[in-house]
Design a protein around this ligand. Structure first.
Ligand code: ADP
Length: 449
């Protein structure tokens, strides 16, 4: 087992990884930018190294600085968390070239899944159903028009190198197609340095359901069930649940099995998530994330498996500590992402936190690096806390979530707590009757009264 792990991240996820290390008797090294010197992840770590100024490009994305920090502190392994360098294949290779273990998949798998066109082609070959669309990049407008006619409008133009919900264009009809493809290509080139775009049928009312998997790199792959992440604004998730209100145990087993078989033939290593759209009882692959995800705690609550601990064990060369039969799903869990932004118009709300009081009690978990007196920085992601609630049933979970949101006090900045309070009261949400477009409409209705 590792003696010391460097955590190449900040905020709640750095703390989450630190906690797993502590419980495993592993020492931690925090890295931080100059403005993060007082951050909780720095205070709790055994050692810390300043890796650069506030802009992420000069600190949390600064590969030479992070490798140097790992070398001077003698860290055996690096956990990248999510975001920043977590899906950077080049970073994963450089880490390993320096004799340091990268806690995650192989650089080849990160590169394969980071290219949306290549990954879609690959998973289709491996038997995973995909959204109907172009086979590969669209380059020829006439061919694109033919494909669009075949799959039917509306269609979606997506960037192969896209991510974070950026670089997508909906096309309602034939006359808009050519301009949309050109625009998407230009935007993709500017944002991601790659102009390849592809086309998919735009699904009208799908849910976003994803499957958490873990592999040992030798063909053993186990799934930890699904998360329903349909509540999104601008393609960004806001609330997630496990299990999905739309899926029963048979449905979960079936898609879980497909995912495991496909990744087993790739000899997939460490944690990963296969994201699907789910409409009329059918699953359609959209992408795979080769890293730990923000919403992993809901899976931990219903399976009792510590995903980060398992990632660390696998990276150290241990076999999976459970087989598929050992994984059981009990109760229900919901995660609310608390962002430092207005609940009405989502304008960012950085600044000092005056009062900070977290909810507690049975079945309540708060993953956050916030404390009273801390100042939320404008330089980074607005996610400041994840309130994760467990209940024996979905109804119990909802009742508990009501009271936990009521107990949560954060003053000095605006947060998304009031929005979550309204969402979980809505009859559609209570009935589990929502899809990926639901939240945008809900938010509009809420603002317009
Ligand atoms: P990103 O990597 O940018 O997050 P994804 O491919 O994962 O892009 O898609 C993000 C979100 O966009 C999905 O969760 C879903 O809400 C929406 N989306 C993606 N593909 C489609 C599609 N074919 N039809 C409808 N919505 C889609």
């Amino acid at each position: 087992m590792f003696d010391k792990i460097l955590i190449a991240n900040r905020g709640e996820i750095a703390l989450r990884i630190h906690r797993a290390c502590r419980e495993m008797g592993i020492k931690t090294v925090a890295v931080h930018s100059t403005v993060d010197a007082d951050a909780m992840h720095v205070r709790l770590a055994d050692e810390s190294v300043c890796i650069g100024p506030a802009p992420a490009i000069e600190s949390y994305l600064n590969i030479p600085a992070i490798i140097t920090a790992a070398t001077v502190t003698n860290a055996d392994a690096i956990h990248p968390g999510y975001g920043f360098l977590s899906e950077n294949a080049n970073f994963a290779s450089i880490v390993e070239e320096h004799g340091i273990c990268f806690i995650g998949p192989t650089a080849d798998h990160i590169a394969l899944m980071g290219d949306k066109i290549a990954s879609k082609t690959k998973v289709k070959e491996l038997g995973i159903p995909v959204v109907p669309g172009s086979d590969g990049a669209v380059r020829d407008i006439d061919r694109a028009k033919e494909i669009a006619e075949e799959i039917g409008y509306p269609v979606l133009i997506k960037a192969s190198a896209g991510g974070g919900g950026r670089g997508m264009q909906i096309v309602q009809e034939r006359s808009e197609l050519e301009t949309a493809i050109q625009k998407a290509g230009t935007e993709a080139l500017a944002a991601f340095g790659d102009d390849a775009v592809y086309m998919e049928k735009f699904l009208q009312k799908p849910r976003h359901i994803e499957i958490q998997v873990m592999g040992d790199g030798n063909g053993e792959v186990v799934h930890l069930g699904e998360r329903d992440c349909s509540l999104q604004r601008r393609h960004q998730k806001l609330l997630e649940e496990a299990g999905s209100p739309a899926l029963n145990a048979d449905g979960r087993d079936a898609i879980g099995d497909v995912a495991c078989k496909a990744l087993s033939s790739l000899n997939y290593r460490n944690a990963g998530t296969i994201e699907f759209l789910y409409e009329d009882g059918e699953f359609y692959f959209i992408e795979m994330n080769t890293r730990l995800q923000v919403e992993h705690p809901v899976t931990e609550m219903v399976t009792g498996i510590d995903v980060v601990r398992e990632q660390i064990k696998l990276a150290s060369g241990a076999p999976l500590s459970f087989s598929q039969e050992d994984v059981t799903f009990t109760g229900h869990a919901i995660e609310c992402r608390i962002n430092a932004e207005s609940s009405d118009d989502f304008t960012p709300s950085p600044g000092p936190v005056h009062t900070y009081h977290t909810p507690g009690g049975l079945g309540v978990r708060v993953d956050s690096a916030l404390y009273a007196g801390y100042s939320v920085l404008p330089h980074y992601d607005s996610l400041i806390s994840k309130l994760v609630v467990y209940g024996a049933s979905r109804n119990e979970c909802l009742m508990r979530l009501h009271r936990a949101l009521e107990e949560y006090v954060i003053t000095g900045i605006e947060t998304t707590i009031p929005l979550h309070q309204d969402i979980i009261k809505d009859p559609d949400f209570v009935n589990g009757d929502y899809n990926i477009h639901w939240l945008e409409k809900f938010v509009e209705g809420r603002i317009n009264g």
